[in-house]
Structures are given as structure tokens and as C-alpha cells.
Design a protein around this ligand. Sequence first.
Ligand code: ATR
Length: 270
Amino acid sequence: MSLKFDHYAVMGNPIAHSKSPMIHTAFAKQTGQNIQYDALLVNNFTEAVSEFKKNGGKGLNITVPFKQQAWELVDIRSKRAEKAGAVNTIYFDQQGHLIGENTDGIGLVRDLTINHKAKIAQQRVLILGAGGAVRGVLEPILAAAPAQCVIANRTVAKAEQLAQLFDHKIIASSYEGLKNHSFDLIINGTSASLQGALPPLADGLLAEGAWCYDMMYAKTATLFMQWAQQQGAIKVLDGLGMLVEQAAESFYLWRGVKPDTQPVIKQLQS
Ligand code: ATR
């Protein structure tokens, strides 16, 4: 049986709220690609991937809570995925091997530097959190050559592990340890916004003209975004652009065509 469309999907649990089907369907329409993209609620991840492949599926996005499991499952990891410790994009090579990529970090860096014309090079960058989401974006951020990259986390040992993993190009800190330091760009990579919480941030962390970015997005400004505004950030951004940019990179890996992300970001904002 031959499929009318090339089949792609995002796997996660929960998945109902995922914007990926809408984003990829918009990319496909815009670039004239014949694809079908579904959101699949998955319990047994390994079985679900094997079933998807058996049925002729071409590629997958992976979201919470399966990104680390996907990293373990794939046969070949890209350099970016290897360091990220997580895979958010899978495709199959001609021999049927599972290739794992991670497009989250490139999505974040593109949203900042291309969509918003932010500077990372030579800037003092502070990243909040040291979980999977932060590890996933560190390589592309460091590749953008910040003057300094500090990671603050409640559990300092986790920030120290990341510093070690990234050859001490990162400085690990507690939140208290940030006092008397200031930064040009602060990125919130904690899951605090999901719980309606805010990491314990002191006043005065923002340098003159600083930008703040929450990797989360919500209909209304997150607590971190509200804090950033109160602290005088000149630009406060959420992670919607990152979501669309990481999807665009996955789409490019699968289809070899780069979609225009701007209309899709605008559609999601409206
Ligand atoms: P994710 O995949 O989203 O990164 P994770 O690996 O569980 O999820 O990591 C969550 C991150 O958010 C951690 O850095 C966590 O801090 P700890 O390592 O100290 O637990 C951070 N985090 C979660 N809730 C937080 C809160 N209310 N305040 C500060 N940091 C928080």
C-alpha cells in the first residue's frame, strides 16, 4: 500500500495542546509539500516509534516526557543531539536507522538573533535552570560566543554537572551567588513558569538595556516575564518564536525546504 501523503507526527504525553500539527501543516501548505502531521498520545514510546516506522511514517517530533528516551532509542545521534542529551526530531535513513536530532537550541538562537535581532556574541548571558530543557539549548548558545554564560539553579550540583559537560565554558551558580552581578540577556529555562512560580531572583541582575526571554509561552505573560518588566528589561520575550523555529528546522531536515516562520508566528500570536 502506498500512502497518499508522507506521514509525520509528534509523540508526547499529554499531547492534546500541542501546536506542532498546526505549525507543520502551515509550513507544508506554504511550501507545497504533501504531508500529513498528527499528534499522537503515547504510553509505550519504543513500541509507538516502531509501529510508526512499520506503517511507513517518515519522521517524528518528540516532546515531554520522551525526549531523553528518544535520545537513548535512536541508532545515530547528530553532534548537537549527542551533547543535548535529548532528541526532539527523528527521521529514518535508507537502511532504516533511526537518526536523532535536537533542534531546540537552534530554534532559540534563531528566534533571538534573527527574529528579534538580539545580540548573544560578547554579551553576559544568564540561564536559569539546569534541567533537560537547558541542557538541550546550551551548545548553540555557546556557539554564538557570549562573553560569559552563567547557569543558576536551585540545585547547584546540577548546574555544576552541566559546567563540567560543557568543558567549563559555563559558570555554575546558586541564585544567591548572582548577587552583585549583572547580565545583558537572561533566559528562563526552568519549569517554574509551568507551576506559576518564579525562581528566587534578586533585584539588580539586569544590566542597562538587558533583554529577558522565557523559553515557556502562555496566553498571558509568565511570572518571569512580569518580573523582567518590573526590573526594567528593554525587551521581554516568550518562547513562541522558539517553538516555531525549532519546528522549521525539523521540517527542513525532513523535507529539505526552509519554511517562512514569520506568518506562522503571527498566526499563533493572534
Ligand atoms: P525540563 O525538562 O523542563 O528542563 P527538568 O529536567 O525537571 O525539566 O528541570 C526543571 C528545571 O526547573 C530544574 O532546573 C529545576 O530546578 P532544580 O534542579 O533545582 O529542581 C527548575 N525549577 C523547577 N521549578 C522551579 C522553581 N519553582 N524555582 C526555581 N527553579 C525551578
